[in-house]
Design a protein around this ligand. Sequence first.
Ligand SMILES: NC(=O)c1ccc[n+]([C@@H]2O[C@H](COP(=O)([O-])OP(=O)(O)OC[C@H]3O[C@@H](n4cnc5c(N)ncnc54)[C@H](OP(=O)(O)O)[C@@H]3O)[C@@H](O)[C@H]2O)c1
Length: 291
Amino acid sequence: MEPWTIRGRSALITGGNAGIGRATATELARRGADVTIGVRDRGRGEAAVAAIEEETGRSVGILDIDLASIDSVRTAAERFAADHPRLDVLLLNAGVFYGRHRTTVDGFEATIGINHLGHFLLAGLLFPRLLAAGAARVITVASSAHHRPRTFDVDELPDWRGRYRGMDAYARSKLANVLFATELARRTAGTRVSSYSLHPGMVSTRIAQDGDTVLVGLLWKLGRFRFLGPTDGAATSVMLATAPDIEDRSGRYFSEGREARPSRLAQDPQIARRLWRRSEEIVGLRFRPDR
Ligand SMILES: NC(=O)c1ccc[n+]([C@@H]2O[C@H](COP(=O)([O-])OP(=O)(O)OC[C@H]3O[C@@H](n4cnc5c(N)ncnc54)[C@H](OP(=O)(O)O)[C@@H]3O)[C@@H](O)[C@H]2O)c1
């Protein structure tokens, strides 16, 4: 078996035009990966590609994808699969924090819709390309916010019942990210696809800044002085994409470069299985890597 090296491998990074995703794309391109960034806005995407190419001297691909739309994710996966016979590293990085309740094109509560369901569908549709890679890694950018929920009612998905709170919706979606990564690892055991989730640290990006609640936006802006910059914030994603020997840690959660213990709920295999089945029903895809 060839030792893992990122050079020459294909990597798809959602939310690759900004923040942590863009810094991750830049570093992987610099290290010789064949990087494609998934973007929901062509203009912002092209500007990012130009900047990354200028900085690294490597060419970078662009893929239009709106994770808030099942149709868009399906079209994006088809386009990517048509151009790429294999995918070595799938970085599920894009994320939103919404202070006010919003819905996706398909009517899902938008935070879970974008942060989890869109990514679940994308990973499911591209799974044959991951298998074709021989060895492949799926890296899900979660958050330490996943520790916040005390319960997780999977049947509530894809809606939000009761009074909406942005932080609770965000935390629920990040818990779903960790559960997804763990369950994917369980289902891919015995294959050469592995799966990880991570907390990048508190990173100065736009995520909560455009915030539709004044208070969160303000706190985020003030907190920025103590946060990591995007390059340091990308370090855990880069480590998981490039480390030579981590396959035996498939399913684990990493925080700021080190393996860490996820929340009790995040380690519950029954919740993970129920979330998987519910996500399949909602997005209309049978995603069965274990079959
Ligand atoms: N920053 C932190 O302190 C922190 C802490 C813990 C975890 N995280 C996680 O880190 C990840 C990256 O966040 P960030 O801090 O780098 O935030 P960011 O700078 O706001 O970047 C978020 C990225 O997601 C993209 N995106 C948003 N909605 C999308 C959609 N519907 N379809 C496709 N792409 C979409 C954005 O595209 P546009 O540019 O078009 O909006 C942007 O590229 C997220 O998963 C976040 O939850 C961040």
